[in-house]
Design a protein around this ligand. Sequence first.
Ligand SMILES: C[S@@+](CC[C@H](N)C(=O)[O-])C[C@H]1O[C@@H](n2cnc3c(N)ncnc32)[C@H](O)[C@@H]1O
Length: 209
Amino acid sequence: MGRMTADDWPPGFFDRRDGGDDADFYLPPRFVTHIDEGAVAAVAELYDELGVPDGSVLDLMSSWVSHLSSRPGDGLTVLGMNRAELEANPLADRVVVQDLNVDPVLPFEDAAYDAVVCCVSIDYLVDPVAVLRDVRRVLRPGGVVVLTFSNRCFPTKAVRGWLSTDEDGRVAIVRAYLERAGFADVTTALRTDRRSSGDPLYAAWARSG
Ligand SMILES: C[S@@+](CC[C@H](N)C(=O)[O-])C[C@H]1O[C@@H](n2cnc3c(N)ncnc32)[C@H](O)[C@@H]1O
């Protein structure tokens, strides 16, 4: 497969090497951090800048850590695949186990959240635009969606298009996901120092209209 650009998702883009059930892959809990300390700090700093901890927050594809600097004022819902990880998340008020690749519809009311975040996980979704359209529905007007990612992943579970491009290509892919889901004014940025040898932390965010 040739180099992907965000504007053409050819057949096979959303295929994965491991097409098996995500529930099997995520059955064993992984109490690890998937990015280094500097990248984790960059996530928390961006959330603070965007006021994420000030309202009600949904952390999609979450685990035992949500990288927030403080407990969100109006509660934190964590949604992911592994119940033990989610229940160990010290900031979480509500835990939801749901496979977004089986059911991309979020089990929440319209306009329920001020912020929806998803850290180092967007590359595992086989229909990210469907999920992000539903993120728009559950966000309050003016609410923010924040997607962060690095250069590491579980390669058997990431979509082929993601693995077939470079870091700039992935920024373009995530921007395109958000735009196709109906988010306008998407901002993208590298939030770690380009000269650092640590994990890079890229982000894309947008406010709901
Ligand atoms: C690399 S980990 C990142 C976890 C956490 N967001 C973090 O920053 O450490 C990927 C996470 O995506 C979740 N995940 C993977 N596939 C999923 C799916 N199909 N539906 C919902 N969550 C999924 C897993 O539960 C796992 O916790």
